[in-house]
Design a protein around this ligand. Structure first.
Ligand SMILES: [Zn+2]
Length: 260
């Protein structure tokens, strides 16, 4: 598999195009992840409906207490933790408070992705050493990188499996050539990361999202109403079109276990 990937990179360099344009889409596999990032429940619920209709299983990284977490679990998806270690985190004042809060809302989680991908060797060591039920870290974005692969991370007795991912909606906002209405895959297995708020707004940049945040200033995002979101929905092609294009494509959605 690695040899094929290297050959594809070489071909791409020769042809000055994406290596994987050369393959039929049915050869691709993909896995969907979602960073809930304080989105209102109806945004997550709309995505759950799409996944149910297409019989796709995904991982949702949760940020706050909500009834939607039970729905995510009941529909057979993974619930990962999405700790916010930035200053003024609503989840707690220190690592232990933040992680305890998240385990309270999702006690059986084994997967982590940090909000804004904040990470360091001491931070990963502290988290995975203290909370040994966590087994997997998904905090490594390598945008458009032509390989997704799980690898072991062992440091001073702290052991975990890290899996990189290679597409995220808000990185594509700055990818000026990005075509939102067509499916696109970057490696034999592509791991996508969508934010439910950007799916709901059909964002192709942060402009309308920032206007929405200004409108609801002082309130948490999850309190935004459907009418408020409608006001700031994009009328151009965007994140939701891309998610739909992937789901409707000939590529094969895989389960989390197939990434390992
Ligand atoms: Zn986040």
């Amino acid at each position: 598999m690695i040899k094929n990937d290297l050959e594809n990179i070489q071909l791409a360099n020769q042809n000055n195009c994406s290596s994987f344009d050369l393959k039929s889409l049915s050869n691709y596999k993909y896995y969907l992840t979602f960073d809930v990032d304080w989105a209102p429940d109806f945004c997550v619920s709309n995505i759950l409906d799409k996944l149910k209709n297409a019989n796709i299983k995904a991982t949702f990284f949760v940020t706050h207490a909500s009834d939607i977490i039970a729905d995510i679990i009941n529909q057979g998806h993974n619930v990962g933790l999405h700790p916010n270690f930035l200053p003024n985190s609503s989840q707690g004042k220190c690592l232990v408070e933040i992680m305890d809060y998240l385990f309270k809302i999702s006690p059986n989680s084994t997967i982590l992705r940090t909000h804004c991908l904040i990470q360091s060797t001491p931070l990963l060591y502290d988290i995975f050493n203290k909370y040994q039920q966590l087994k997997f870290d998904f905090s490594l974005l390598m945008y458009k990188f032509p390989l997704v692969k799980a690898f072991e991370w062992n440091y001073d007795g702290s052991n975990l499996i890290r899996i990189n991912y290679n597409w995220e909606d808000d990185f594509a906002f700055y990818d000026t050539d990005f075509i939102w209405e067509r499916p696109k895959f970057y490696s034999d297995i592509t791991v996508f990361d969508f934010h439910p708020i950007h799916v709901a707004l059909n964002s192709r940049d942060n402009k309308k999202y920032n206007l929405l945040k200004r409108e609801i200033f002082g309130k948490p995002l999850w309190k935004a109403t459907e009418n408020q979101l409608k006001k700031f929905e994009s009328n151009e092609k965007g994140t939701r079109d891309f998610l739909d294009a992937i789901i409707e494509s000939d590529a094969t959605p895989i389960e989390f276990s197939e990434l390992l």
